[in-house]
Design a protein around this ligand. Structure first.
Ligand code: 6PG
Length: 473
């Protein structure tokens, strides 16, 4: 008997902001899709927004499954952690061998590996897919970072390529490799995102408290900066933020926002993973730490009274200083990307991801939160040298950094005199200085370790390990 039941290409579980918008994006590209959420209001919301599009709302999982063509492809966009496992558990009884579950949330990569292992044993294919771009990205074109079995990716490739952001007509999506690589790459993307946001926030502090600029001047400056080498999504939105008037107070909205930063964990995971793999990413670590410090608002208020210092006045030439600040920010951005990419390089070896970093930088050029013109140079660096261990060793980027590093140094020096915290800038400069230093004082650390713990040390002049009785006369 013929049935006119829809044979949807994709099913979505989780119709929050990201899920609903991504589904509508798919429908805009001509795909027949179905969505389910345990909150009926969200299902109705989807139906309303769908209008004439080929979008079906399901009120339970069984109905959703019945709407999908086989092998089924089901995207999960639910909060990371236990909700993902709960949905998978609910789904499993309805699935058949060959069906694909696509977790598109910000899941922890080690959870993705466990889930993939578990589901593969049951004949279900599992893709861990990072999606970046927020609400607007999901609706109009995100950057998509897929990982998992290649054949499973190929089943949905045409959908992802259609909905992804495009740069020079190239979709900002590419198969990245097996296992949890998609979620790992998304995690590092977010680590870089945290660092870039911290650096921009520091420039705001310097310009507002140090130079006394007002919000409208800040909006103009960020907009100007966004025209040049610093061109990036985060600077673009920062410029808009400073021009936004609060409907309630009729003042600048930015000044009404409590300066306490929240986080959902991806930045911290990046730092944790880097520590585990022993890859230094201090600008990212610092960005996480500064969000943490922002929460201690009561203690900081107490400390501000104890450590009250006369606020030195900024007396130098503002225009020249602003130009330096702009160059310093660019230098710190290069250093931030270098740290994130170095982590990806080592994680790829450790977890056998076989990541192509040119591809990663290519799909970050559009749709995602860290998209920036600088990514063109980063792409070119990995194109020129596939196994480049650190972007700071690339010829073009190193030339750019050499041209900007003095500004970074000047800014760090001048702003520390003003007593305004710019730890992101400081740590970026220190990373550069340490990375470009062929000698570091770690011979002393080794001597101390050997002194108190007989941990031994190696010598410059001969092979082997040595121990000294340091107190023996
Ligand atoms: C993106 C964002 C997105 C989310 C962040 C926010 O790429 O679209 O990174 O995933 O906005 O996870 O993270 P925090 O809540 O930790 O700031």
């Amino acid at each position: 008997m013929m049935t006119d039941k829809p044979q949807c290409e994709i099913g979505m579980i989780g119709l929050g902001v990201m899920g609903r918008n991504l589904l509508l994006n798919m429908a805009d590209h001509g795909f027949s899709v179905a969505g389910y959420d345990n909150d009926l209001a969200k299902v109705n919301n989807l139906r309303q927004e769908a209008q004439a599009r080929d979008v079906h709302g399901a009120e339970d999982i069984k109905t959703l499954i019945g709407l999908l063509r086989c092998p089924r492809a089901i995207v999960l966009l639910v909060p990371a952690g236990p909700p993902v496992d709960a949905v998978i558990k609910e789904l499993l009884p309805y699935l058949q061998t060959g069906d694909i579950i696509i977790d598109s949330g910000n899941s922890y990569f080690k959870d993705t590996d466990i889930r993939a292992h578990h589901l593969t044993e049951q004949g279900i294919q599992f893709l861990g897919v990072g999606i970046s771009g927020g609400e607007e990205g999901a609706r109009r074109g995100p950057s998509i970072m897929p990982g998992g079995p290649k054949e499973a990716y190929e089943r949905v490739q045409h959908v992802f390529e259609a909905v992804a952001a495009k740069v020079n007509n190239e979709p900002c999506v590419a198969y990245l490799g097996s296992g949890s690589v998609g979620h790992y790459v998304k995690m590092v993307h977010n680590g870089i995102e945290y660092a870039m946001m911290q650096l921009i926030a520091e420039t705001y502090d310097v310009m507002k408290r140090g130079l006394g600029l007002d919000d409208s001047q800040l909006s103009t400056i960020y907009s100007e900066w966004n025209q040049g080498e610093l061109n990036s999504y985060l600077l673009e939105i920062t410029s808009h933020i400073f021009s936004k008037i609060d409907e309630k107070s009729k003042k600048s909205l930015i000044d009404e926002i409590l300066p306490v930063a929240k986080q959902t964990g991806t930045g911290m995971w990046t730092s944790q993973s880097a520590m585990e793999l022993q890859v230094p990413i201090p600008t990212i670590d610092l960005a996480v730490a500064m969000r943490d410090l922002s929460v201690f608002i009561t203690e900081r208020e107490q400390a501000s009274k104890i450590y009250q210092l006369p606020q030195p006045r900024f007396t130098a030439d503002k225009k020249a200083f602003l130009s330096q600040l702009r160059h310093a920010l660019f230098a710190a951005m290069i250093i931030t990307y270098a740290q994130g990419m170095a982590l990806l390089r080592i994680a790829s070896d450790k977890y056998e991801y076989h990541l192509d970093l040119e591809t990663v930088s290519r799909i970050w050029r559009g749709g995602c939160i860290i998209r920036a013109t600088l990514l063109e140079d980063i792409c070119a660096a990995f194109h020129a040298q596939k196994d480049l261990s650190n972007l700071l060793l690339d010829l073009n980027l190193s030339h750019q950094l050499i041209a900007h590093q003095e500004h970074l140094r000047q800014i760090v020096g001048q702003v520390s005199q003003l007593g305004i915290p710019i730890p992101g800038f400081m740590v970026s400069l220190s990373y550069l200085d340490a990375y470009r230093s062929a000698w570091l004082p770690d011979n002393l650390i080794q001597a101390q370790r050997d002194y108190f713990g007989a941990h031994t040390y190696e010598r410059i002049d001969s092979k082997g390990t040595y121990h000294t009785e340091w107190e023996k006369i």
